[in-house]
Design a protein around this ligand. Structure first.
Ligand code: NAP
Length: 329
């Protein structure tokens, strides 16, 4: 502790100035694959623990938050923050801690031998430990208007974007637990929620179904699929087709929440790491995978919470686990 010119006590900075990263280096203590909240947080913690750390961010760094608008539920931002701005801030903070960040896509990994190898199209990197933070991607409907209205009424996260559609009708697509949960959550804001499901029966668990059926604000449209999402600047209408009677229907709604599942970004690791049936990384203990020295953080293993803040938390945990692992090594 020390005093400033006014005599108040202020906290003294403990860390010295970060050194500039050497982008030509190929050997690191830790390589983090992925640059969402989990990857950046892991980078901050690894670098502060003085491990030489590289993040290979992929070609679109920032993860799912770069596709959202206002983020109101990430602590520390009294008035919220735009998703892309939050990720740029995290990146700058990570770089300031000394993490090397390269915006390149990983095309292959070799976790069978040590040091581990992580390959991009043009470079081969080596590390004593790896953190996989490649996240998950929401499944897309692939209908007209979905992409063009993404962030303008089309959303893949009710917790993130629901509050922006107060006093409007909202459409939710899907028949699983996520769709029921999101629809029920969205009734807090919407005047009416329309669940569009492609079959006659829901896939969701009985308890989640009952909760949705009991909610007077929720309307079900079974055997129905969206044909088009329409609007002028933002979502205004959704056209449906009923597969049983071929009838078309138009719903006036301000938002479409697509809740048809997520796919973890784990194709790269199929023959290297234990994955569950849905492709999520199976954690053996804390953030450890089945390969000692390879860790996972965020949505790539977590299909339950899937929040930026929980991903950041897992990034921190993975970095602390890496620090202990490297210490023991
Ligand atoms: P999910 O169980 O795979 O359900 C996806 C739903 O979307 C299914 O109803 C499916 O229809 C539909 N769907 C898939 N592709 C579609 C397409 N192209 N067009 C239209 N509809 C499509 O996914 P989820 O609901 O995200 O759940 C994932 C896992 O997380 C599950 O194990 C779930 O139990 C769990 N979860 C649990 C909770 C909780 O316990 N609170 C909350 C959320 C999720 P079909 O039924 O016709 O295949």
């Amino acid at each position: 502790m020390m005093s400033d010119s006014s005599g108040s006590t202020v906290l003294e900075r403990k860390e010295d100035s970060p050194k500039m990263p050497d982008k030509k280096k190929t050997k690191f203590d830790v390589i983090i694959i992925g640059a969402g909240p989990a990857g950046y947080t892991a980078g901050i913690y690894c670098s502060r623990a003085r491990h030489d750390t590289l993040i290979l961010s992929g070609i679109l760094p920032g993860g799912q938050l770069v596709n959202t608008t206002d983020v109101e539920n990430y602590p520390g931002f009294e008035n919220g923050i735009m998703g892309p701005d939050l990720m740029i801030t995290m990146r700058k903070q990570t770089e300031r801690m000394g993490t090397t960040i390269i915006d390149d896509e990983v095309v292959n990994v070799d976790f069978k031998h040590k040091p581990f190898k992580v390959l991009t199209a043009t470079e081969e990197y080596e590390a004593k430990a790896v953190i996989i933070a490649t996240g998950a991607s929401p499944r897309k409907l692939g209908v007209t208007g979905e992409q063009s209205f993404s962030g303008k009424g089309v959303s893949y996260c009710a917790t993130c974007d629901g509050p922006f559609f107060r006093n409007q009708e909202i459409v939710v697509v899907g028949g699983g637990d996520s769709a029921m949960e999101e629809a029920t959550f969205l009734t807090k804001f919407a005047t009416k929620v329309h669940i569009i499901h492609r079959r006659e029966e829901l896939r969701a668990s009985k308890v989640m179904q009952e909760r949705a059926f009991d909610n007077e604000k929720i309307n079900f449209h079974f055997n129905s699929e969206i044909e088009e999402i329409k609007g002028d600047q933002k979502v205004q209408q959704v056209t449906l087709k009923n597969s049983k009677n071929n009838e078309n229907k138009t719903i006036t709604a301000g938002a479409v929440f697509v809740a048809i599942g997520h796919d973890p970004n784990t194709k790269l690791f199929t023959n290297q790491i234990d994955l569950d049936k849905q492709g999520y990384i199976i954690l053996k203990n804390r953030t450890e995978t089945n390969i000692p020295g390879v860790f996972a953080a965020g949505d790539v293993h977590d299909h339950r919470y899937r929040q930026a803040i929980t991903a950041a938390g897992y990034g921190c945990m993975a970095a602390i686990d890496v620090d202990r692992y490297l210490g023991e090594e």
